[in-house]
Design a protein. Sequence first.
Length: 209
Amino acid sequence: MSKVHLIEHPLIQHKMALIRDIETGPKEFRELVDETALLMAYEVTRDIALEEIEIETPMGVAKCQTIAGKKIGIIPILRAGLGMVNSMLELIPAAKVGHIGVYRDPKTLQPVEYYCKLPPDINERDLIVVDPMLATGGSAIAAIQFIKDRGGKNIKLMVLIAAPEGIQAVQEAHPDVDIFTGAIDERLDENGYIVPGLGDAGDRLFGTK
């Protein structure tokens, strides 16, 4: 069974409080999501393999650690996942970015794919799927399956807020995918929204309704 990593760093929790606030406007909301994703990326990439090299400093030779092993891919689930990408690229500029478009049918609550564009060497990369919300889990499960169908193997899921129902669903569908989240909320409501959550992340990011 996959592991759930609840990231409780004080800076992340502080920003999460502001992100949830109904009074936070689109501009500040985008900035906060971006900043929180950057902080969370430190934890998600904690187990990246390192190798020892020698560096010539002004004072002599130092033995240092540098990133080794597989490259990284960042896969946002459109459209809200886009709000988490830019800061992660600042931290990992060599990462490649794919895009998966999935929307949730408002009647059935089931995911519907409308776009999928992934790096051609996806099977050679450690992949981080990003989306602000893990609600029913349908979109994340579908996106991860799309990636696996195209050869992706080493996959992590990074979200700001998760519902217990979504966590359980992802773990059952993809027991090999670890979940990283800044909060685990109470439940889903009858419409599949996280309570207390933060509302619709896409609408708040882009100022739409």
